[in-house]
Design a protein. Structure first.
Ligand SMILES: CC(C)(COP(=O)(O)OP(=O)(O)OC[C@H]1O[C@@H](n2cnc3c(N)ncnc32)[C@H](O)[C@@H]1OP(=O)(O)O)[C@@H](O)C(=O)NCCC(=O)NCCS
Length: 146
């Protein structure tokens, strides 16, 4: 599981703001999707596409000028699908203060050359933290029925 990760960090630029001067939700979703794609493709070793956005919780707004980091982990896999969690953090460079701002759960599917779902490697949980993520993702999968 430690290999199956993706991270994107960028400044929140003025063109990414909403009318309140914070990061626009649509731009945040694009960053979440990109970080999840990195984790999914690292795990699959090839192309993977977004199948579903299970959940995206906005805990706190991120102001323009802050750093935003999206940290994605593959937490559970089926045959071709991958359950991915993305934790988002905001950081103020001047103070170093880092805040957890968003949590997303998304599903990616690995695809072959014909764009059909293809098998992904199995996931090995080695640490207690990885086993906890695996169990939580298995529970989410059970709750949604696939
Ligand atoms: C992804 C895609 C190839 C899957 O094709 P499909 O015919 O729906 O595939 P299947 O029904 O065989 O499902 C494939 C896997 O996804 C899972 N799945 C399907 N719908 C799902 C959903 N709504 N939520 C979670 N998982 C889902 C299935 O359980 C299956 O998992 P498994 O292989 O681990 O058992 C196809 O839907 C597609 O191309 N979608 C568009 C993707 C896209 O454009 N994304 C945005 C740009 S990246």
């Amino acid at each position: 599981m430690s290999h199956s990760r993706g991270e994107i960090t960028t400044f929140v630029m003025p063109h990414m703001q909403n009318v309140l001067g914070d990061l626009f939700g649509g731009d945040l979703m694009a960053l979440v999707d990109q970080a999840a794609a990195v984790a999914a493709m690292r795990h699959a070793g090839g192309p993977a596409v977004t199948k579903s956005i299970d959940r995206l919780d906005f805990h706190q707004a991120i102001p323009v000028g802050a750093l935003v980091s999206c940290c994605a982990t593959v937490d559970f896999v089926g045959r071709s699908s991958m359950d991915i969690t993305v934790q988002v953090y905001s950081e103020q460079i001047a103070t170093g203060a880092r805040v957890h701002t968003h949590t997303a759960h998304v599903v990616f599917v690995a695809i072959d050359r014909d764009r059909k779902p293809c098998r992904v490697p199995r996931l090995v949980a080695e640490t207690a933290e990885e086993r906890a993520r695996y169990d939580a993702a298995a529970e989410r999968r059970r709750a949604r029925g696939r």
